[in-house]
Write a protein that binds this ligand. Structure first.
Ligand code: DGL
Length: 270
């Protein structure tokens, strides 16, 4: 009965938390690849190899469905995995589509042609690898026309969050918002395209101003997953035990995770 949730590190806990609230009876197996984080500065091949290894580990833990709760992995590896790697009977889903569906105000699974939407100037904040993949712009183009996207690669923010240095993370977020506003002075929407950034959502909102609608993924992904499992109940895998797995140091990772989610989280070695 388990669903796997993968992230390069701790950021995906924002998605896990929202999914656990929305689907309290589904055991969730989380895997954070903290030994190799951050992914955002790695090459696409490297991200693909690390993501497939981690996803295999989640299949082995009894998950038939794995959510890549990592924009960088979704952007750089998901399409290649779906095209040639995912074994029969297993599914791997990413986190871009629910976000774009919300931004373009579409119903889940609406496959009609792209159309004009309310948001005209969208700021995308993401890791360097996500920004250079242009995956967000590609997915958006399937659904919306006339949307101007300005992307800001937010170097350093993930490392600061993984290190628990929230003062540095806040300073970096403010300087990345400044840099974005020099390129796009008046965005009407902003997308937090990295699972770590919801932990800094208030700082993004404050720096951008109240007129900017900030989209962050956790609840959107949870809603989309609930809808998917309604339509594909067989994709809840055979595993019965929730677990938190890490490739990093379980003690250190557990203590950071407990601090982020404000409840006791105990990781074991992946
Ligand atoms: N949390 C990941 C994301 O959503 C990436 C962080 C990283 O490892 O660079 O993009």
């Amino acid at each position: 009965m388990a669903v796997g949730i993968f992230d390069s590190g701790l950021g995906g806990l924002t998605v896990l938390d929202a999914v656990a609230k929305r689907l309290p009876n589904v055991p969730l197996v989380y895997l954070g690849d903290s030994a190799h984080a951050p992914y955002g500065v790695r090459t696409p091949d490297d991200i693909y190899n690390l993501t497939t290894a981690a996803t295999q580990r989640l299949f082995d833990a009894g998950c038939d469905l794995v959510i890549l709760a990592c924009n960088t992995a979704s952007a750089a590896a998901l399409r290649r995995m779906q095209e040639g790697w995912v074994p029969p009977g297993k599914r791997v889903l990413g986190v871009f589509v629910p976000l774009i569906e919300a931004l373009t105000e579409r119903q889940w699974g609406d496959n009609s042609p792209p159309r004009e939407v309310a948001a005209k100037h969208v700021a995308l904040f993401a890791t360097p690898a996500t920004v250079s993949s242009r995956a967000f712009q590609r997915e958006l183009a399937f659904r919306a026309i006339g949307v101007d996207v300005e992307a800001q690669a937010c170097g350093g923010v993930v490392d600061a969050i993984e290190d628990g240095d929230m003062i540095l993370a806040e300073a970096l977020v403010r300087s990345h918002v400044d840099a974005l506003q020099r390129k796009m002075p008046t965005p009407d929407a902003a997308v937090l395209g990295c699972t770590h950034y919801p932990l800094m959502a208030e700082v993004f909102q404050d720096a951008l101003g109240p007129q900017v609608k900030v989209f962050s993924q956790a609840n959107l992904v949870a809603e989309s997953l609930a809808d998917y499992l309604d339509r594909h109940p067989q994709m809840v895998g055979p595993g019965t035990e929730p677990a938190f797995l890490t490739t990093g140091d379980p003690k250190r990772v557990s203590s950071r995770a407990t601090q982020f989610l404000r409840r006791q989280i105990t990781f074991t070695s992946a």
